[in-house]
Design a protein around this ligand. Structure first.
Ligand SMILES: *[C@@H]1O[C@H](CO)[C@@H](O)[C@H](O)[C@H]1NC(C)=O
Ligand SMILES: *[C@@H]1O[C@H](CO)[C@@H](O)[C@H](O)[C@H]1NC(C)=O
Length: 263
């Protein structure tokens, strides 16, 4: 057996034109050790990739399981946080704009509240939208708009603006334009849901949709950035939000920032 395999290996090397056919010959007779080795190496590689992906998704964040996108999403977190936002902002929840991927589901949820009107901006292509979402788009409640450009709304159009995920995909150059523009359309407050460093977002196949990979910035990065951009934290809103959340042991899986608008 050893002899044979040594021979077939030598044939493999010698017969440069048809390395595969001689390899297949060897395989059909007895499995070549070269082939077995290759399969083992491939198996180990797949296992490593699987474990690495798994730990970043499940270890990084338990809540990610069952997320709509398959990977982690702060938009989903906005939906969970709505009752606490309502406690923190009360009356300022009467005219809400949500900006972020999957905005249709947030807008629908907001519209189901009493005394809340809601609109949405979807910053990326919408695929596989359901009938409910198509109807929101048709009515002009949800718009698809590139948030690198000024939003199609007048100043102070909304009492509260909530943005999730979208800012994680912008470089500081664009953030410098987009963040002040979000504050411009907000009359009472701007709430930002940003990913935590280490969280995984968007499969490679989806990167063309988002333009660049998400960059999860630390809270100190964001705070420094808000100071640079002259945006202040609304401490009273933050306090009310955290009080309401802790009463129900709710812990947001994303970083949540409560900012005052410019006016
Ligand atoms: C963004 O704006 C800040 C403050 O206005 C400025 O210091 C910084 O250089 C700007 N960054 C980019 C990439 O333009
Ligand atoms: C801070 O948030 C509260 C809601 O908790 C809101 O009523 C108030 O207007 C906000 N303050 C400022 C200065 O934006």
């Amino acid at each position: 057996m050893w002899r044979r395999q040594v021979n077939s290996t030598r044939r493999l090397v010698g017969n440069a034109n048809f390395p595969f056919s001689s390899n297949l010959h060897a395989k059909s007779a007895h499995s070549s050790p070269l082939l077995s080795l290759a399969l083992i190496v491939l198996g180990v590689c797949l296992l490593v990739v699987f474990v690495a992906r798994g730990s970043s998704i499940f270890g990084g964040n338990r809540e990610a399981v069952g997320s709509v996108l398959g990977d982690f999403s702060c938009t989903l977190e906005v939906e969970r946080a709505i009752p606490y936002l309502k406690k923190a902002y009360g009356d300022s929840m009467r005219k809400v704009l949500h900006v972020g991927p999957e905005t249709c589901s947030v807008v629908s949820k907001l519209l189901s509240l009493d005394e809340t009107e809601a609109w949405g901006v979807e910053p990326y292509d919408m695929e596989d939208t359901d009938a409910r979402c198509k109807s929101l788009v048709r009515k002009g409640i949800v718009r698809v708009a590139d948030i690198k450009f000024p939003l199609p709304y007048r100043p102070n159009s909304f009492s509260l603006v909530i943005v999730s995920d979208a800012l994680d995909y912008l470089s500081p150059k664009y953030l410098n334009k987009t963040l002040p523009d979000l504050a411009r359309v907000a009359a009472d407050g701007l709430v930002i849901f940003a990913g935590q460093p280490g969280q995984q977002r968007a499969k490679v196949a989806e990167l063309s949709k988002f333009g660049r990979p998400a960059k999860m910035r630390s809270s100190s990065w964001w705070i420094r950035y808000f100071v640079q951009t002259s945006l202040d934290e609304n401490e009273s809103a933050l306090k009310k939000f955290e009080q309401a959340a802790s009463k129900r042991s709710y812990q947001p899986a994303c970083q949540v920032f409560h900012l005052k608008p410019y006016n």
